[in-house]
Design a protein around this ligand. Structure first.
Ligand code: ATP
Ligand code: MG
Ligand code: MG
Length: 348
């Protein structure tokens, strides 16, 4: 079959490559690492820097379509490639890579982010705290994930303990949320949009710990408004593939947190828990195929992440037939590193 190119070599690429194989596609992974967990399950692997134009061009020549499993793929080198190969369009990466641009973009579509302000200097931080108040979170505008590059501020004196590196930042008011949830959608080439059930997401130390469907009725009450916004985001970006938007459920409605222009950890439950997984529908969308049914395949589903520093007994987990174990094949179990996940189906 044809070859799908994947930029990035992590577990999202690995699961995407497995879904692609099911549909008869070969996958070629491009990543700067020498070894990566996606390369272990794909047909071809290029280990080269993001800005190695010659390597990137050879990779692209091999691919019928190119997608991303890593939201921070630098956009500049992609400009040398045939734009029609890239799905979703790199403008989605560009928007999602900068928290400030992302918030402005979503506001322009009628969405509501947490109160925010750009911060480049200590004086900016002080005036932002004055305007927005405390508690709050200072975040790097670029390159953050799993809560990295974030500082929580409780009192004004906390600002003095932060060493600004010169990287652009954004200060956000701390949202008093009842729950966190995500809208995971897939948009096809013909504009057809499908939504998975909305998972409720629980984070520990800024890292996703658990996703559960179905959401409580209190969270469900926010879903229509959040889906409308996520669909507008996808349409405005001319998006093709899976897009995820994270929200806070608050007494005043859904507050937009951030988007990920890719398949998402809070959608891993869809592998067994939905009639079509986020990975399969992403492959279908980028290959111009009709989308599959994202409906629930169980009464309820719980997904737990396995983080690097946790002790686990695989046989014990697998002794419960409701559990499905996914291990990503990562050698080094650094604290907080995503090593795998367990999906538990609730039937009947
Ligand atoms: P991800 O791995 O999801 O990409 P990230 O590093 O981009 O994470 P965020 O999603 O911005 O980080 O924040 C991580 C978590 O921190 C959120 O899911 C939420 O629990 C908490 N958080 C972030 N911003 C706020 C806020 N303004 N108010 C309250 N909680 C917040
Ligand atoms: Mg993020
Ligand atoms: Mg997040």
């Amino acid at each position: 079959g044809e070859t799908i190119g994947i930029l990035g070599g992590g577990q999202l690429g690995r699961m995407m490559a497995m879904a692609a194989a099911q549909l008869g596609y070969r996958t070629h992974v491009y990543a700067p690492e020498e070894q990566c967990v996606a390369a272990e399950v794909c047909a071809a692997f290029t280990s080269a820097a993001w800005d190695d134009a010659a390597a990137m061009a050879r990779f692209a020549a091999d691919c019928a379509v190119i997608t991303y499993e890593f939201e921070n793929v630098p956009v500049a080198p992609l400009a040398a490639l045939d734009e029609s190969l890239l799905r979703p369009h790199p403008r989605a990466l560009e928007t999602a890579q900068d928290r400030l641009a992302e918030k402005r973009f979503v506001e322009g579509l009628g969405g509501r982010p947490a109160p925010y302000a750009a911060v480049d200097t200590i004086a900016d931080l002080e005036s932002s705290i004055e305007r927005i108040g405390l508690p709050g979170i200072l975040k790097t505008r670029r390159d953050g994930y799993d809560g990295k590059g974030q500082w929580r501020l409780r009192e004004a004196s906390d600002a003095g303990n932060i060493e600004l590196s010169g990287a652009p930042l954004v200060y956000e008011g701390f949202v008093k949320f009842d729950a966190e949830f995500s809208v995971i959608l897939c948009r096809a080439e013909d504009g057809d949009i499908r939504f998975w059930d909305t998972p409720v997401n629980e984070h520990e130390g800024g890292i996703l710990a658990r996703s559960t469907v179905p959401a409580s009725s209190a969270v469900q009450a926010h879903v229509d408004a959040a889906r409308d916004l996520a669909a507008k985001v996808a349409e405005r970006l001319g998006y093709i593939g899976v897009l995820t938007c994270e929200f806070f459920a608050t007494s005043e409605g859904p507050v937009f947190n951030e988007m990920a222009p890719r398949v998402h950890n809070s959608g891993h439950w869809t592998i067994e828990g939905a009639l079509t997984s986020q990975f399969e529908n992403h492959v279908r969308a980028i290959c111009g195929l009709p989308l599959g049914d994202p409906g629930l395949a169980a009464t309820g589903v719980e997904m737990h992440n396995i983080l690097g520093d946790s002790a686990n007994d695989w046989a014990q987990i697998l002794s419960d037939p409701a559990n499905h174990l996914h291990l990503y094949g990562k050698a080094a179990a650094r604290p907080g590193r995503k090593m795998g996940h367990v999906t538990r189906l609730i039937l009947g």
